[in-house]
Design a protein around this ligand. Structure first.
Ligand code: SF4
Length: 457
């Protein structure tokens, strides 16, 4: 594509080109059948395996697909592959990873002068399709914006979906439309048939300079606040021989990012440690009750300085309400193990704003963090308000009021500051918005879009 002449467009073009040039790509993709759009920043997009995996699944079925991402200054939206502007594509496939990203989808449509609501568009407008994790538990709200919503694991109907992306009129059980709202959630039975491996390495995002491999999908646990533990059942894993074969084909100098709801629940732990014994790896989520010396050593050997755990509740009472199934003893054991292996830094995730929570429960968050500090860890605490989600035991529970959440945040901030523990609080406002979108019905989502995006609604 020729360099844009207008300086504003040139600036945008350069941002996209900068990211594009920084990528190592193992699979080329080109073509204008589908614009595959992550409605969030490049860093967030590239942290998700879906950013390359969905593209690769479609390319394997001869769909011409190029990737896009969102920045609020963008006007043209150039593709990362050929820098073609978004207007040149007839089908726009969005990956809705986070509830609030639906606002960015609406913003993109607004910027491009396209009616935000599906009912206001005509056949001259691009076909808007939304898929991704949010549609697993709420597809009716995204369907107000999309012409079609694909629900669930793409691998299941990838052949049919690819034909649909190329313009064929085809019936797919997991493709919801305004005519067919009785669409079923597609779940891959066996991850080993089409093992999800990335094809892009980027110096940005959560897994910078790493190739991603998904070793497990879904979760064997049942934490009450977590959609994965309820909607994405059963948990499915790559068998060790399949994983070994994949890893053996990746050059040794490439570091690997391992994706799984909880790596500590991978059923073949010894084989896992063996497979990665001479590789640099990183993985984020480990349960404290299942943490092993072998896994922690793997992280240390890979150069990781800090490890992350999620007690979620400071007190046993709150952990029981959250159905976290870990005890004070499990936490203490995990802290000791991390210290024994040589970790000096730890990141701990907590949830507050839980029904029945008292000041004592909040103080217990600080107590647990302080225990880690006393064991000579440099502690970073991340605190998130409870967001009751559909499809979980908290479905129908009202989220704690903003005023009370802010008071609790202040209370915790003061205590953590006093103890010299560094912390990050997720914004109460954004969390409430996330709750509202996650639980929105078709009328509520229209109100939310009108309030936050406006435009032609
Ligand atoms: S919070 Fe983690 S362990 Fe619990 S159900 Fe969700 S993914 Fe599984």
């Amino acid at each position: 594509m020729r360099r844009p002449r207008r300086s504003e467009d040139y600036k945008e073009f350069n941002i996209v080109k900068g990211y594009s040039d920084s990528e190592i790509r193992f699979k080329e993709s080109k073509g204008t059948d589908v614009a595959f759009i992550f409605p969030n920043s490049y860093s967030v997009a590239v942290s998700s395996l879906a950013f390359s995996w969905v593209k690769d699944l479609l390319i394997n079925h001869e769909v011409g697909v190029e990737r896009f991402f969102y920045e609020k200054t963008f006007k043209k939206f150039y593709s990362l592959e050929t820098f073609r502007p978004l207007d040149e594509y007839g089908t726009w496939l969005f990956s809705l990873q986070f509830e609030t990203d639906i606002l960015n989808i609406a913003r993109i449509l607004k910027i491009k002068g396209i009616p935000i609501l599906s009912k206001d568009r005509n056949p001259n407008h691009p076909k808007i399709v939304i898929g991704g994790p949010v549609t697993y538990f709420n597809y009716k709200a995204p369907l107000q914006v999309a012409d079609y919503v694909y629900r669930g694991d793409l691998e299941v109907y990838v052949k049919e979906f690819s034909r649909f992306m190329k313009g064929e009129n085809i019936n797919i059980p997991s493709l919801c439309s305004h005519e067919n709202q009785d669409c079923k959630l597609a779940k891959v039975k066996d991850l080993n048939e089409m093992p999800p491996v990335g094809s892009i390495i980027s110096p940005y995002g959560e897994f910078k300079n790493k190739l991603l491999i998904e070793v497990g999908r879904g979760c064997i646990r049942r934490c009450a606040f977590c959609m994965i533990g309820h909607i994405q059942k059963p948990a499915r894993f790559l068998r060790p021989e399949v994983l070994k074969d994949i890893v053996s084909k990746i050059p040794k100098n490439i570091s690997l990012g391992i994706i799984s709801a909880t790596i500590t629940d991978y059923p073949w732990q010894d084989e896992f440690i063996n497979i990665f014994s001479d590789r640099k790896v990183s993985f984020s989520s480990m349960r404290m009750d299942r943490l092993t010396e072998g896994l922690l050593k793997l992280l240390i050997k890979s150069g990781q300085k800090s490890f992350t755990v999620a007690p979620e509740g400071g007190s046993q009472k709150i952990r029981d309400i959250l159905r976290k199934d870990i005890s004070d003893r499990d936490i203490e054991r995990a802290l000791k193990l991390g210290s024994k292996v040589g970790f000096k830094k730890i990141k701990m995730y907590f949830i507050y704003g839980v029904p029945g929570e008292t000041d004592e429960d909040l103080k217990d968050i600080v107590r647990l963090s302080l225990n880690a500090k006393r064991m000579n860890y440099e502690v970073k605490v991340s605190l998130n308000p409870l967001i009751p989600k559909p499809g979980t035991p908290f479905e129908g529970v009202k989220m704690e009021d903003a005023k009370i959440l802010k008071e609790k945040e202040k209370f915790l901030r003061n205590l953590l500051k006093k103890e010299g523990i560094s912390f990050h609080f997720e914004s109460v406002k954004k969390s409430i918005l996330q709750y509202e979108i996650a639980n929105a019905d078709k009328n509520e989502i229209i109100e939310i879009l009108a309030k936050y995006v406006g435009g032609n609604i």
